[in-house]
Structure formats: C-alpha cells, structure tokens
Design a protein around this ligand. Structure first.
Ligand SMILES: Cc1cc2nc3c(=O)[nH]c(=O)nc-3n(C[C@H](O)[C@H](O)[C@H](O)COP(=O)(O)OP(=O)(O)OC[C@H]3O[C@@H](n4cnc5c(N)ncnc54)[C@H](O)[C@@H]3O)c2cc1C
Length: 409
C-alpha cells in the first residue's frame, strides 16, 4: 500500500454515508466511489415501520441528507448496481454490471437483509420490511378492518403491529419465544414493555410455532397455520423474523465471515485498508469484553465515522481508535418509547428502579455479579440516559441504584 488515493464504499445507507462524510470531514480529498444495489439516495430506515408506514411522512422526509449535502461529498454514486465479489489481494470490487472498481481503501457497509420463512411463498399480501419500497408496499395494505398477522415479536415486528393497529387493522402477533422482545430485553421486561399492545387491542401470542402460510380463494395469503393445526386468518402477513448480514458477495474474498464480517476492535477486516461498519460488523467490544454484532442505528452511524477515520489513520501511520461505545437503541410502539443502553444476557438479574408495578413508564437496571450491564427505559428518557455514563465506567449495581434514587421519582 502506498497512498490513499481511491476509496470505495459499498453500501449507501447510514454506515456507508457516515463513512463517506467522515472521509471528507477529516480532509481526505481523493476519489470516492459509493456503491449501492438500491436506486435511492441514502434514507433513514427507522421511519419505515413508524411514521412513513403510517402515512404521516412521505419519502422525501426520510432522506438522510439534503441534495446539496450529497453533492458536497464529491463522490461518484453508483446506484442500482450490486457488488458481487471482492479481490482483497489485487484490491478490486466487482459489480453485477461487470464494472471493476480498484481501490486503495474500502469500507464495507452492506448491512443486513431480512430473513424469510422456510419455503415462504410469494403470494400477494405477504410482506417483509427492510427497504423504502417494502414500507410503501405494506402501507397500501393497512386499511381499517383488515386482519394483519405479524410473525415475530421483535422490535420491528411490534412497531409494525402498533402502526397497523393505529391505522385501524385487526392485529395478531405470533412469536415462537416465551416473551416479546426477548432477545433484546429478556423475558420479564419484554413482557412488561409489550403491555402497551394489549392496552391497544393487539393480541400477542407467544410460544407458538408457525407451520405454513395458507392461501385464500382470491390467490392472496389467507392465514397462518400453526404447528398445533390452528389457522390464524389473515388478509396481510408481515414476516419479521430477523435479518442476516449481507456478506454473500464477500465469499472467496479471504475475509473472515462469521455471522458478519469479523473485524478487529478498530473495525479493520483483517486486510490493510479494508474496514467495515454497521449491521454487518462483528468485532471484539472492549467494554463488553466479548465479540458482538449490533443491528441498531446509533452503532451504524458511529461505526461509519470510526471506520473512515481509522482507514485514513492507517495510511498516515496515525493511532487508530477502538470502537467501544455503550450500545444504544430505541423503539417506538404506540405511545411508548423504549430506550435501551448496554447489553443484557438472558440470565442477568433485573430490577425496576423507577415506576411501580402498574406503570407503563418505567426504568429497569440489569446486572450480573454486582456490575451494571444494561438499563432499560420505557417512556422515561430523562431517567434512563444518565446510565450511559455509568455503563461506560463499568459501574456497580449499587452505584446505579444510588443514581436512580437521586432522581426522586
Ligand atoms: C424498519 C426498520 C426500523 C428500524 N428502526 C430502528 C429503531 O427504531 N432504532 C434503531 O436503533 N434501529 C432501527 N433500525 C435499524 C437501523 O436502521 C439499522 O441498524 C441501520 O439501517 C444499519 O445501517 P447499515 O448502513 O449498517 O446497513 P443497512 O441500512 O442495511 O444498509 C446497507 C445497504 O447496503 C446495500 N447492499 C447490500 N448488499 C449490497 C451489495 N452487495 N452491493 C451494493 N449494495 C449492497 C443495501 O441494499 C443497503 O442499502 C430499523 C431498521 C429497519 C429496517
């Protein structure tokens, strides 16, 4: 490697955009190419299950930047073309169109794609949700009185359920685990945070297993058959069973792929000048003391910036920065805003420290071996965000309880 003259960013969503912006912000002025298999300029995904899906916002509102800001990046945007291979020895990305992009530096930001059910049919009425087009297609279906079945009670599934219910649909959520949002919040807090759905007339059925989708007489989806033989009738089915990192194009590249692109703590993917950012990254988190992959907005935004800075630093011989921020995400469901800091394990202890048993707004602290591991706030932004500092300092649960007591609520 000599100098950093050409950078290719693959993936033009949040992480890729933040990487491109940061390259320019740190004063790098070389040739920048940004590749996306989507035809849209970068847009924000969280509204796809919330205000855009509800019809309260239109697509222009979710553009991540104004047209002038995109122009200001002085980049070549290659939209509607897919990266199909990476030659990490000769430093070339090949696109589906046959175009070959040579690079000195590469940022991999291809994110994640939705999982489908095994043998999922393509009948009308069956939806998944990841892109703007997915959200617009689903929103035309959310008419009052329609029966919507959401498969999967994760954050996105439950946001869709809340939006569909708000639009007057009759909504049922089917979940295999024993509680909603279990992977993120654990079972007790997942159940509690989901009470707002029962309050609003959404039925969540946990511990059920989906056998197959059934077809109605009109050729559309007609229902969901469970393993016990029951059929839940549906006019619309939304499959929200998680995502897998979009790494297929990296097969044969020599990078280590293990449920994501395996990086070091500086987000370098094991080849000098090749970095990754966002939902696709698996890296050793210094603060959490384990390898993680995070599928949330703040992580993608922060990692895009860190990957770009470290890429430039690696050519300048400067010290890189480890990415070890406290993980954070939010989810909006009906009037509830869930905010979560840190990372909890299923067997962590958890105590509610703000809000009594019947409160829909509360704060809970997760802990293990006397140490604070995570903080959950539901509609309590002022009382949950202060725990970020304590998590960064690896505080004890006693210190965290003392902070909670100081709120006086
Ligand atoms: C409906 C929805 C709601 C969400 N709500 C929240 C929320 O409330 N809070 C929160 O914290 N997070 C939320 N998220 C998660 C957040 O949006 C993601 O963490 C974030 O988008 C990740 O950004 P990324 O750039 O890493 O990847 P992505 O956003 O997945 O972008 C990757 C891009 O790369 C493109 N691409 C993939 N493969 C290729 C290829 N081979 N060649 C070229 N381009 C390719 C993809 O098409 C895509 O445009 C939500 C996500 C969704 C889908």
């Amino acid at each position: 490697m000599t100098s950093l003259e050409r950078v290719v960013v693959v993936g033009a969503s949040l992480a890729g955009l933040r990487a491109a912006e940061t390259l320019r912000q740190v004063g790098w002025s070389g040739a920048l190419t940004i590749v996306s298999d989507e035809t849209e300029m970068p847009y924000d995904r969280p509204p796809l299950s919330k205000k855009l899906l509800a019809g309260e916002w239109e697509p222009e509102r979710i553009r991540l930047r104004r047209p002038d800001d995109f122009d200001g990046l002085r980049a070549e945007w290659v939209l509607g073309d897919r990266a199909v291979a990476l030659d990490s020895v000769n430093r070339i990305v090949t696109l589906a169109s046959g175009r070959r992009l040579e690079f000195d530096g590469l940022v991999i930001a291809t994110g994640a794609a939705v999982r489908r059910l095994p043998a999922q049919p393509d009948w009308p009425g069956i939806h998944t949700l990841r892109s703007l087009a997915d959200s617009l297609a689903l929103r035309t279906e959310l008419e009052p009185g329609r029966r919507v079945v959401v498969i999967g009670a994760g954050f996105i599934g439950l946001e869709v359920a809340a939006t569909a219910r708000t639009k007057g649909c009759d909504v049922t959520v089917l979940e295999g685990a024993e509680a909603p949002m279990m992977r993120g919040l654990g079972s007790a807090m997942g159940r509690r945070a989901a009470l707002v759905h029962a309050d609003n007339g959404v039925e969540i059925r946990c511990g059920v297993s989906v056998a197959e989708l059934t077809r109605g007489h009109d050729g559309r989806v007609g229902g969901v058959r469970l393993s016990n033989g029951d059929v839940v009738p549906a006019d619309v089915v939304v499959v929200g069973v998680g995502v897998t990192p979009s790494t297929a194009w990296l097969d044969g590249s020599g990078l280590t792929i293990r449920d994501g692109v395996v990086c070091d703590e500086f987000l370098c993917a094991g080849v000098p000048g090749v970095y990754a950012a966002g939902d696709i990254v698996r890296w050793p988190h210094r603060l959490l003391e384990r390898e993680v992959r995070v599928e949330h907005w703040t992580n993608a935004s922060e990692q895009g910036a860190v990957a770009a800075k470290n890429l430039v630093a690696s050519f300048g011989g400067d010290e890189p920065t480890a990415y070890a921020e406290v993980p954070f995400f939010w989810s909006d469901q009906f009037t509830s805003r869930i905010q979560f800091l840190g990372r909890a394990e299923p067997d962590d202890d958890v105590d509610v420290v703000v809000g009594d048993e019947n409160d829909r707004a509360f704060v809970a602290l997760y802990h293990r071996d006397g140490r604070l591991t995570a903080a959950l706030g539901v509609s309590r932004p002022k009382q949950v965000m202060p725990f970020r500092r304590l998590l960064a300092e690896r505080a004890t649960i006693d210190e965290a309880r003392a902070l909670a007591a100081s709120f006086g609520v």
